[in-house]
Design a protein around this ligand. Structure first.
Ligand SMILES: NC(=O)C1=CN([C@@H]2O[C@H](COP(=O)(O)OP(=O)(O)OC[C@H]3O[C@@H](n4cnc5c(N)ncnc54)[C@H](OP(=O)(O)O)[C@@H]3O)[C@@H](O)[C@H]2O)C=CC1
Ligand SMILES: O=C(O)[C@@H]1CCC=N1
Length: 276
């Protein structure tokens, strides 16, 4: 399978890193990006072949992964359109990872192209610990759906959606989610230092706590609420912290923030789709 990445930035690099050591014999990754420096780095790290122009890498691809910013997607579609129309019957699968951009808009920009899978991965893909929400448009064959699943599964589990509108919620939960976790870790590290621990000690304690708690929650049959309650001795230190968080409205603020992320995804779809 020949996989062409259009865009070699943050998310494409994370996917390529996860994919590179899992490809079976005969599979190959090609990457297009305007930055010669980014291409040289990807070539050196992962042995991919590269070009600065999208159509140069996409011409012979079985799967074309669109990994540019949502705002650049329409221009990339215009670059790919002649190529998709050049050989009638040749239908490479288009996999879009862009937040917001709807399958119907992308299809229209690609001249009514049908074989499109929309997906929302996340950056822990870099270490093979990503998770991806995916949805296929009606023109995707069972074999293409399987190919898309195979590619994204190389960097973590996949969650298939029935309704494309759900992908904005996936974006808000797991697409943007790593940033919320990093934000919480930053706050814990800052608090550790303000209470007299060194930066290194704060980092070690916060990181191990996050990893340990996440693993415990994943491996436990019990709900996270119960796991939280087990840490919370009545009148103790955790109780003091959680009471403070409740008083500050931390949980509603997180829920509101995530709804803002989903709303922004929908808004981007409206803005960028409406421009055509
Ligand atoms: N970052 C994340 O955590 C996630 C991102 N996504 C989605 O992934 C997509 C990419 O995001 P991200 O990797 O963060 O963005 P980046 O800006 O890091 O990467 C996009 C890359 O595409 C390049 N590019 C722009 N136009 C073209 C073109 N015509 N042909 C080839 N390459 C081009 C850009 O070059 P230049 O900078 O020179 O314009 C840039 O290097 C977005 O649509 C985003 O919504 C999805 C899930 C998670
Ligand atoms: O912030 C963004 O728009 C992208 C999509 C999900 C993560 N990063």
């Amino acid at each position: 399978m020949k996989i062409a990445f259009i865009g070699g930035g943050n998310m494409a690099s994370a996917l390529i890193a996860g994919l590179a050591n899992k490809l079976t014999a005969g599979a190959h990754i090609h990457v297009a990006d305007p930055s010669a420096e980014a291409l040289a780095r990807l070539q050196q790290q992962f042995g991919v072949t590269t070009a600065e122009q999208a159509d140069a890498v996409a011409a012979a691809a079985d799967v074309i992964v669109l990994a540019v910013k949502p705002q650049a997607m329409r221009a990339v579609a215009a670059q790919l359109l002649p190529l998709l129309q050049a050989v009638p019957g040749r239908q490479p699968l288009i996999v879009s990872i862009a937040a917001g951009i709807r399958g119907a808009d992308l299809s229209r920009w690609l001249g009514g192209y049908g074989a499109i899978v929309r997906c929302m991965p996340n950056t822990p893909a870099l270490i093979g610990m990503g998770i991806t929400g995916m949805v296929a448009t009606a023109g995707v064959s069972a074999a293409q759906k399987q190919a898309a699943d195979h590619i994204l599964r190389a960097v973590g589990p996949t969650v298939w959606l029935d309704d494309e509108a759900q992908i904005d919620a996936v974006t808000a939960v797991s697409g943007s989610g790593p940033a919320y976790v990093f934000y919480f870790i930053e706050a814990m590290q800052q608090a550790a230092q303000e209470m007299g621990l060194s930066a290194e000690q704060g980092k070690q304690l916060a990181m191990a706590t996050f990893t340990g708690a996440a693993q415990l929650a994943q491996q436990s049959d019990e709900p996270v609420t119960l796991l939280r309650e087990r840490v919370t001795s009545k009148g103790g230190t955790t109780y003091a912290a959680l009471t403070s968080m409740e008083a500050s409205g931390v949980k509603p603020a997180i829920i509101q923030a995530m709804k803002a992320a989903a709303a922004r995804g929908k808004e981007m779809g409206d803005e960028l789709g409406a421009a055509s």
